[in-house]
Design a protein around this ligand. Structure first.
Ligand code: NAD
Ligand code: TYD
Length: 362
């Protein structure tokens, strides 16, 4: 198969899905500020995980437009492609929390599988008449599609077979397969990246790090699943975004890139680290909050270890993370402690009125 090299016009019109979520909001801000010639359309359903407060600082930027919409809604997507002449997509919208997927797998299939397929179909419909000239569908995925590694069992690479265990990772694996199938079947220019666990500001406090910072602040229990021996490879969210920028502009069509922090931590060790920094910043005695740790029943199907070998991304595109873990985790804890109002709003659900206040009737 031969594909034309992707060239971006200076006024690229691109759609980000899920841009009001954790990674999406960092991505939107980065692109809006770095590329004033691009027009960035952020389509988000604003589920419990989407929060427009995350984008307050850029909401009036001339190159930014927010659209409230569901990726499962074909008519809305068609209107967006038609009205704005979308020429590329960075697709982040998803249901993302493993524990929620255990309780409600169908919701994950709806958004992650059917939503992704609906978006692919609409993009194909609009782009194939131009023979996909200058178009790109960039799908953001996770290392969890590769399954679980032994504690001393090597690393995930682009060549690993898919072996998802949770309904979340199974739905993301399925979406990756559909994206690749559009490359093989219809010659749609696609690229996929599979990233390790992200941490940083604006992450919904159901995920380990923000949940634990918030619980420490309120002197609540810290529920450690199993024995806390599971291992994750943590990457500061802005480093994920810089990798996406490189892949979006310089990645090879049809390829997959693994993104990771080369920063593996056993859960119990990262939890102790978070406790130590949070206690220090709250002016508590060192280790005062260790007593909040409670070992609880393990997550069903809990993957033991994720770890990424990102040599391909480093060698081919020259990517390097810019944050050390020491700097990143301190900055992250500081952000949550300095933004207690944000934490209180998202835990109370108040932020869900922001859309009505800011956008309705505009
Ligand atoms: P998030 O849960 O914080 O945000 C998801 C966003 O998608 C929210 O704004 C939500 O409103 C929106 N959304 C959900 N369903 C939608 C629908 N049907 N239509 C339109 N919008 C919808 O997620 P995140 O952590 O920012 O993850 C973003 C992407 O990155 C996901 O695809 C995820 O699989 C992937 N990823 C995340 C991580 C991580 O550590 N967080 C790591 C690797 C890959
Ligand atoms: P999480 O942030 O949910 O990300 P993922 O499951 O996608 O890796 O969880 C990170 C790790 O922390 C994972 O091994 C599960 C564990 N964990 C706990 O021990 N307690 C908790 O309350 C949560 C949310 C996670």
């Amino acid at each position: 198969m031969s594909y034309k090299k992707l060239k971006f016009p200076s006024n690229s019109l691109f759609l980000v899905t899920g841009g009001a979520g954790f990674i999406g909001s960092h991505l939107v801000r980065y692109f809006v500020n770095k590329y004033p010639n691009y027009s960035i359309f952020n389509l988000d359903k604003l589920t419990y995980a989407g929060n427009l407060e995350n984008l307050k600082d850029i909401e009036n930027a001339p190159n930014y437009t927010f659209i409230k919409g569901d990726i499962c809604d074909r008519d809305t997507l068609k209107k967006v492609f038609e009205k704005y002449g979308i020429d590329s997509v960075i697709h982040l919208a998803a249901e993302t929390h493993v524990d929620r997927s255990v309780n409600d797998p169908l919701e994950f299939v709806k958004t992650n599988v059917i939503g992704t397929l609906t978006l692919l179909q609409v993009a194909k419909e609009f782009w194939q008449k131009d023979n996909y000239e200058g178009k790109l569908f960039y799908h953001i995925s996770t290392d969890e599609v590769f399954g679980s590694l032994d504690l001393d069992g090597g690393y995930f690479t682009e060549d690993c077979k898919y072996e998802p265990h949770s309904p979340y990772s199974a739905s993301k694996a399925s979406s990756d397969h559909f994206v690749r199938s559009f490359y093989d079947t219809y010659k749609m220019p696609i690229v996929i990246s599979n990233c390790s666990n992200n941490y940083g500001p604006n992450q919904f406090p159901e995920k380990l790090i923000p949940l634990f910072i918030n619980n420490i602040r309120h002197n609540r229990d810290l529920p450690v699943y199993g024995k806390g021996e599971n291992v994750r490879d943590w990457l500061y969210v802005e480093d994920h975004v810089s990798a996406i920028d490189l892949i979006f502009h310089k990645g090879k069509i049809g390829e997959t890139y693994c993104i990771g922090g080369k920063n593996e931590w056993k859960n119990i060790d990262i939890i102790k680290r978070v406790i130590s920094i949070t206690d220090e910043l709250l002016g508590r005695e060192s280790g005062a909050s260790l007593k909040l740790i409670k070992f609880v029943t393990d997550r069903p199907g809990h993957d033991l270890r994720y770890a990424i070998d990102c040599t391909k991304l480093e060698r081919e595109l020259g990517w390097q993370p810019s944050y050390t873990f020491d700097d990143g985790i301190r900055k992250c804890v500081e952000w949550y402690l300095n933004n207690q109002e944000w934490l209180d709003q998202v835990t109370s659900g108040d932020y869900q009125n922001y859309y009505d206040k800011m956008y309705k009737g505009r």
